[in-house]
Design a binder for this molecule. Structure first.
Ligand code: IPM
Ligand code: MN
Length: 352
């Protein structure tokens, strides 16, 4: 296949981890006879510095005309410490999600047998965990009306959802459940929030179309608890934007390191693949960041983006091999020998 992939490295450790995913993808392409053309584009703080916009039109045009987008991370501490900043790197990510129509964020959580004892949770709790969150990504409180009143002393963020937005996300959830364990959990706060009651009502009305799927409805606070008690009791979870943001960070800890979990953002057009971790500015430029979440995001890109399952499997296999042979960055080394970001990337590419 001839593939054109937009490459958005972004900020912090973004460029370093992206570089490793490119190496590994190129090695896979060579092995399976594909041709990848990478088209780099600016985003995040890097784009603000260069052109004053965290998601410039030129970057959008490159993304919209590509077969997929591979994304690193965005965010910079100089904005986090300045609540008055008018332009923020994160706005670039939100604008990109909205303009590319990426309404479903697929965030899997799974364990690696060789890392099971690295998790802060006990082995017997997490063994066999294989769940996936579908987080709604272009609606809710992230995109509602925001503002200040009374000389700036009162602030609000509106949470808005339509049945159509819920339906298209839930449809993906039901379809995904059918290809997996046939269980779907709708996570909400329907005992308090009107938007949650709309979610529940909409999902309930869809149940009859998927009679084989066992559907449950759970409150977000209870899910936050059960997720660390019995994560292996879940299969597919669907939820709104902010709940999904919070719960997927929590879930990422189950696997042993946040540096391991990939994600895909899908919509009707092009899809985007990115690690779920952030820009980790403290580690930027030090060659210590774990590249595996980005490398596994590239695996998801081959699988869900291009339907190339053998290529994705080849990446997963080499990642598992690196973990069991201890070719890991310091976050996974437990005080034993560790390797740099680029050394891990080189090893993976050579062993594909
Ligand atoms: C994520 C991030 C973003 C979000 C931030 C950087 C805007 O935390 O992708 O989970 O909240 O969606
Ligand atoms: Mn987040």
């Amino acid at each position: 296949m001839e593939l054109k992939i937009a490459l958005l490295a972004g900020d912090g450790i973004g460029p370093e981890v992206i570089e490793q995913a490119v190496k590994v993808s190129d090695a896979v392409a060579k092995k399976f006879n594909h041709k990848i053309t990478w088209v780099p584009a600016l985003t995040g703080a890097a784009a603000i510095d260069a052109v004053g916009d965290p998601y410039p039109d030129e970057t959008h045009d490159i993304c919209a005309s590509s077969d997929a987008v591979l994304f690193g991370a965005i965010g910079h501490p100089r904005f986090d410490n300045d609540p008055s900043a008018k332009v923020r790197p994160e706005q670039g990510l939100l604008k990109m999600r909205k303009k590319l129509g990426l309404f479903a964020n697929v965030r899997p959580t799974f364990t690696f047998p060789s890392l099971i004892d690295k998790s802060p949770l006990k082995r017997e709790r997490i063994e066999g965990t294989d769940l996936v969150f579908l987080r709604e990504l272009t609606g809710g409180i992230y995109f509602g009306k925001k503002g200040r009143e009374q000389n700036g002393d009162v602030a609000y963020d509106h949470c808005v959802y339509s049945k159509d937005e819920v339906r298209r996300l839930a449809k993906k959830g039901f379809e995904m459940a059918m290809t997996r364990g046939k269980k779907l959990c709708c996570v909400d706060k329907a005992n308090v929030l009107e938007t949650s009651r709309l979610w529940r009502e909409t999902v309930q009305a869809m149940e009859k179309d998927y009679p084989e799927v066992e559907v449950s409805y759970e409150f977000v606070d209870a899910v936050a608890m059960r997720l660390v008690q019995w994560p292996n009791s879940y299969d597919v979870l669907i939820t709104e934007n902010l709940f999904g943001d919070i719960l997927t960070d929590e879930a990422s800890v189950i696997s042993g390191s946040m540096g391991l979990m990939p994600s895909a953002s899908v919509g009707s057009k092009v899809s985007l693949f990115e690690p779920i971790h952030g820009s980790y500015p403290q580690a930027a430029g030090k060659n210590i960041a774990n590249p595996l979440a980005t490398v596994l995001s590239a695996a998801m890109m081959f699988e869900t983006g291009f339907g190339l399952n053998d290529e994705g499997a080849a990446i997963r296999e080499v990642v598992n091999k690196s973990l069991s042979e201890g070719i890991v960055t310091e976050d996974l080394a437990d005080g034993e020998k560790s390797y740099g970001t680029s050394e891990v990337g080189d090893w993976l590419a050579q062993n594909i």
